[in-house]
Design a protein around this ligand. Structure first.
Ligand SMILES: NC(=O)c1ccc[n+]([C@@H]2O[C@H](COP(=O)([O-])OP(=O)(O)OC[C@H]3O[C@@H](n4cnc5c(N)ncnc54)[C@H](O)[C@@H]3O)[C@@H](O)[C@H]2O)c1
Length: 337
């Protein structure tokens, strides 16, 4: 049995937990054995808050070995892989240390707080020979997988325009310190930047308008244009100051020479220019399940993590950093190397 340890038991830690449990129930030869969080005693009886619901409100952790400290967990457990669901500023150091000790690592997005650290993670994964996968979950989200397939197959010709968006109310705690999270533009908007980069390749340059609303949190609202030589018009917007009953939303509209594809967060609608529109069947599985399924398949069967290479996740972070630079200069175009 392949043994996994989970580090961080906040919102995404629980989301990871849910899906490791489900993967095990679905017959995967893996078992989550240990959970580590400095606040584990307090958290194990508490609800977590996030953009989406986790499977349970309160978790029964009596079947797991619980730790408050990562070193303690590593000294006492024989693990094959670790899932990191800790605040972003801790990702790089923890991931590199785990890889160097011979563990496979699944690490939440954003890959690191700074792209230079993300590059170190790429190098450490290479030198260690262990797998590193970043949880850029949209790459495994059925509504976005469908779009990837339309772009890659060229079934509607070239993309001419694309609009990607997400928004919610503000998160809490460390998220609101830009030094720790990178703010909304790095924490939340990176999902769309990563998707744009994944679909269309690295843009030549970016122009971003950003707005700070909450003290110390960086850009809480942002809108970016991504420049591509072929002239397609690609824009993305994010806002985490949508308070009250707003909740959370995400989606896209992409137009092609031969039709458009629209996703409202739950349903994909395809509108060919010369035929009636239709709703394609997409997998009902959650992207969070599919990404862990893919990661575990890669580590257990020693396959490459092609859908989300560490290099590509680091590149998405570099694009976000260029967007932050552009926002600092009121939308000046910033070129990408
Ligand atoms: N993929 C997604 O859609 C998605 C959604 C939300 C958050 N995230 C990312 O997941 C990561 C975690 O976010 P979250 O929402 O779970 O945050 P959170 O604040 O809810 O949880 C973080 C947890 O890490 C714990 N922690 C802090 N230091 C630790 C340490 N040294 N060792 C072990 N645990 C430690 C904290 O006590 C806390 O319980 C962030 O990088 C965030 O950007 C991804």
């Amino acid at each position: 049995m392949f043994k996994v340890g989970l580090v961080g038991f906040g919102f995404m830690g629980r989301m990871n937990f849910d899906h490791y449990v489900k993967l095990n129930e679905d017959g995967y030869p893996i078992t989550l054995t240990a959970v580590c969080d400095p606040r584990i005693e307090e958290l194990k009886g508490q609800k977590a808050t996030g953009n989406m619901s986790t499977a349970r409100e309160v978790y029964d952790l009596s079947a797991y070995h619980l730790y408050r400290d990562l070193e303690d967990m590593l000294a006492n457990e024989e693990l094959d892989a670790v899932s990191l669901a800790v605040p972003t500023y801790l990702h790089a150091e923890m991931a590199c240390s785990l890889l160097e000790r011979g563990l496979h690592v699944f690490c939440e997005k954003p890959m690191a707080r700074h792209s230079a650290d993300a590059r170190k993670m790429v190098e450490t994964a290479k030198s260690s020979g262990k797998k590193l996968m970043i949880g850029q979950c949209l790459r495994f989200w059925p509504g976005y997988e469908y779009l990837k397939e339309v772009v890659a197959s060229g079934k509607f010709g070239q993309a001419t325009e694309g609009y990607f968006y997400r928004g919610s109310g503000a998160p809490k705690d460390w998220f609101l310190d830009e030094k720790l999270s990178g703010g909304c533009i790095m924490d939340m908007h990176i999902h769309d930047t990563d998707m744009i980069n994944y679909l269309f390749g690295k843009p030549e340059k970016v122009s971003t308008l950003g707005r700070n609303v909450l003290p110390g949190s960086g850009y809480d609202i942002a809108s970016t244009h991504y420049y591509y030589k072929d002239g397609k018009v690609i824009n993305s917007q994010v806002d985490w100051t949508l308070e009250g009953d707003f909740g959370f939303y995400m989606g896209y509209r992409v137009n092609f020479e031969g039709g458009s594809v629209v996703f409202d967060g739950s349903t994909v609608k395809v509108n060919p220019n010369d035929a009636p529109g239709f709703t394609p069947e997409i997998s009902p599985e959650a992207g969070y399940y599919r990404e862990l399924d893919y990661f575990l398949d890669a580590v257990i069967h020693d396959k490459p993590v092609n859908v989300c290479t560490p290099e590509s996740a680091a590149e998405s972070l570099e694009v976000v950093e260029a967007e932050m630079k552009s926002a600092d200069a009121q939308g000046e175009w910033v070129k990408l190397a």
